[in-house]
Design a protein around this ligand. Structure first.
Ligand SMILES: Cc1cc2nc3c(=O)[nH]c(=O)nc-3n(C[C@H](O)[C@H](O)[C@H](O)COP(=O)(O)OP(=O)(O)OC[C@H]3O[C@@H](n4cnc5c(N)ncnc54)[C@H](O)[C@@H]3O)c2cc1C
Length: 365
């Protein structure tokens, strides 16, 4: 006899995590009724989400690929004494694009202006739980300009770090995505102890950088900014066990990004061959615990960066990091650093006073 059971899955929060989860579930189990509740009138907010090839578990590509706004086959990093090209793909999703595709294909699953009770949801993707105000965060902060150039800019692949710049306010680099022949996103980024952003000042720094690179800006189409808190110690917040993305209290401690973690969480949820919410939720709780465990190493690195290294010397840590193997770098950003990787990252003389480095290590034990 054919089963007549209908499965309903409710998701609270229509940001990055909620939208990806909706698409993933509908692709894996098309018969399931999914309701995605978003309390505002739009999905996804205003962001650009970028990721590396190895951030994506292989089984997720079939439904993730069509959601990508831009793919580049390689990317580069530049430091004062070192540059490197990585022949590995890099991807970005623009939030407006994702929202449009989700509404086009799954309109009947989306309920806008719905402030849903997270305790009643099967999966919670409502963004960051309230964070305690505390002084022991570092920050990745940035201002980005979406610009059109007068002539083709000539940049073929993203520049993930251009740290050949005065190292003011911590480790500082430009990040550039070439959207098309004449469109760029140029971000000026700082790993700083303070969250404060002087937007006008940073805008003029970006214009100066564009001049250095011989890009004549004809129009600034959009300004984006962010100041992402980076944990140095384990947060004491109570995070949601059914949470994905920020709602799980999990962002990569060194980048502040959630996308690679959301993909691992979704992979865990989709594991059962037939829909089985209990197993999916157990899998999610399990992966959240595993990610959290791995994060203590990244938080230690943050303490080294923000508490031990001199602000103007922080870039040296990253310059050395980018000389390591491509696999190690990819695993690092995916939050999958192995024990051997940790040793490789830590060997050598760090550009930090030894007494301060030892103190940060003591704080780990
Ligand atoms: C400028 C900028 C650039 C960034 N770039 C990247 C990047 O490249 N890669 C990356 O991984 N991260 C990036 N981040 C960090 C990024 O914000 C997070 O990774 C990502 O948005 C987290 O997604 P989320 O779905 O968990 O939470 P959110 O994006 O915060 O979404 C939560 C959603 O839930 C809704 N909501 C809240 N409560 C309820 C409720 N009770 N009922 C219904 N709906 C509710 C909210 O309105 C919101 O739409 C960036 C951040 C900024 C500011």
């Amino acid at each position: 006899m054919k089963s007549t059971i209908t499965y309903n899955v409710s998701i609270a929060g229509g940001g990055l995590a909620g939208c990806l989860l909706l698409v993933a579930i509908k692709n894996r189990w098309p018969q399931v009724v999914v309701q995605l509740h978003e309390r505002t009138e739009n999905l996804c907010g205003e962001h650009t989400w970028s990721f590396h090839h190895d951030d994506v578990p292989i089984s997720l590509w079939p439904w993730l690929r069509p959601l990508i706004t831009c793919t580049w086959p390689s990317y580069e990093v530049f430091f004062p004494l070192y540059r490197r090209k990585f022949n590995s793909a890099y991807y970005s999703i623009k939030s407006k694009d994702l929202a449009k595709k989700v509404l086009r294909d799954y309109a009947s699953s989306v309920i806008l202006n719905s402030n849903f009770n997270a305790d009643e949801a099967d999966f919670v993707t409502t963004g960051w739980p309230p964070r305690k105000k505390q002084s022991n965060y570092g920050y990745q902060k940035f201002v980005g300009l979406e610009v059109t150039t007068e002539a083709p800019h000539g940049l073929k692949s993203p520049i993930l770090k251009d740290a050949r710049q005065p190292q003011t306010d911590g480790y500082r680099f430009f990040y550039v995505l070439p959207w098309s022949e004449r469109e760029l996103l140029i971000e000026d980024t700082y790993y700083s102890n303070s969250s404060a952003l002087d937007i006008d000042q940073i805008k003029s720094e970006i214009e100066k950088y564009a001049q250095q690179m011989n890009w004549k800006i004809s129009q600034i189409r959009h300004v984006e900014k962010g100041s992402l808190p980076l944990d140095m110690y384990k947060m004491k917040n109570k995070n949601n066990v059914n949470g994905l993305g920020a709602a799980a209290g999990l962002a990569h401690p060194v980048t502040g990004y959630t996308l690679p973690l959301i993909l691992q969480q979704i992979e865990a949820i989709l594991k059962p061959t037939t829909i089985d919410l209990k197993t999916s939720k157990n899998n999610l709780a399990h992966i959240n615990q595993r990610l959290e465990k791995n994060f203590s190493f990244y938080r230690f690195l943050n303490r080294m960066m923000f508490n031990a290294a001199l602000p103007e010397k922080r870039y040296i840590i990253l310059e050395r990091f980018y000389t390591l193997s491509e696999g190690l770098i990819q695993r690092f950003y995916a939050g999958k650093t192995t024990g051997f990787d940790r040793v490789r990252i830590l060997v050598g003389k760090p550009p930090v006073p030894i007494a301060k480095a030892v103190q940060q290590f003591k704080d780990s034990v």
